[in-house]
Structure formats: C-alpha cells, structure tokens
Design a binder for this molecule. Structure first.
Ligand SMILES: [Zn+2]
Ligand SMILES: [Zn+2]
Length: 161
C-alpha cells in the first residue's frame, strides 16, 4: 500500500510503497525510546526505491554510537535515523546493509494503517524500568532481536500485499 507521512511541523513530507504496513513491531531499545518514542517505537517496512521526499534540506541524520557491553569498545551504527531538524520528529531508518529497504516510523505516517492482529515486542532487555509492555496472549516477546523479519511476520499471518 502507498504510505504518506510527514514530520510534525510539515517541513518534511514523504511517501513510499510498503508491503509491510502493519505496525506490529514494538522496539524498546534505548535508541528508539530516546529518539523516537516514549516506551517504545514502531517501524514499518517499505521499498526504498519508491521513497519520495519533499523538504530534504530539513532532514538530519543520526548514526547511534554503541558501546560493546563486554569490551566497552564504541562503534558507530550503520543505521541512518532520519529526523526533521526543525521539529525533531523521527521519520525513517535506512541501513546500507539492506539498501533496498526503508523503515518509516509508524508515528510519522499520516495514512490510515491496518491494525495488527498480534504484536512482536523486541529489545525487552533494554526497556526502561517504568515501561509496562502491553503483551496480549498471541504476542511474541524477545529480549533482543526477534526470530522473524517484518516480511516474514506479514507472510506468516497472510497479510503480505
Ligand atoms: Zn518538522
Ligand atoms: Zn530500537
């Protein structure tokens, strides 16, 4: 489906084609909750080649610095988190490891998104102590990364389009 999105101040507007539009994946990692959310953030899957952007000059890009918990060694994340420099809205993540994909934040999408029949909760090991995840009976929970991709989730539930 075609998704249209924007930042809060409307300096940046974008659209893309998405085969994975269900907002089912709640990420509780420190990067998502600091840059894009309260307790968690939700990313969708889309086709990077179809991404059209208005107001590109207002976009900032953040690459997180991650310290290895064992060695303390700091590395820069490959993931490029795009945000509006005027209002701070999180827009999308693009990672050169999977250059054909783009992951818009559900929070930036203005189109009506389908309601997911179940959720995946990931990076629960990194969640803030005050966050109480709302876990329904069929939801899947992971301390770190989930065992299926955005595309696999949509296929398993027969929701690919
Ligand atoms: Zn803005
Ligand atoms: Zn995250």
């Amino acid at each position: 489906m075609k998704l249209e999105g924007s930042c809060h101040c409307q300096a940046v507007r974008f659209s893309l084609e998405s085969a994975e539009p269900y907002p089912f994946m709640r990420c509780y990692c420190s990067i998502c909750r600091k840059t894009a959310g309260g307790g968690y953030a939700i990313n969708l899957g889309g086709d990077y080649r179809t991404l059209l952007v208005e107001g590109r000059e207002h976009i900032g890009v953040y690459q997180a610095r991650l310290a290895d918990p064992q060695t303390g060694e700091v590395r820069v994340s490959e993931g490029r988190r795009h945000f509006c420099r005027e209002c701070g809205s999180a827009l999308w993540l693009w990672d050169p490891t999977w250059p054909e994909l783009v992951h818009p934040h559900a929070s930036a999408i203005d189109s009506e998104l389908p309601v997911p029949p179940e959720h995946t909760h990931l990076m629960l090991g990194s969640k803030a102590g005050w966050v109480e995840p709302q876990i329904a009976p069929h939801d899947r929970c992971f301390a770190e990364y989930p065992d299926e991709s955005l595309a696999q989730w949509h296929q398993r539930l027969g929701l690919s389009r």
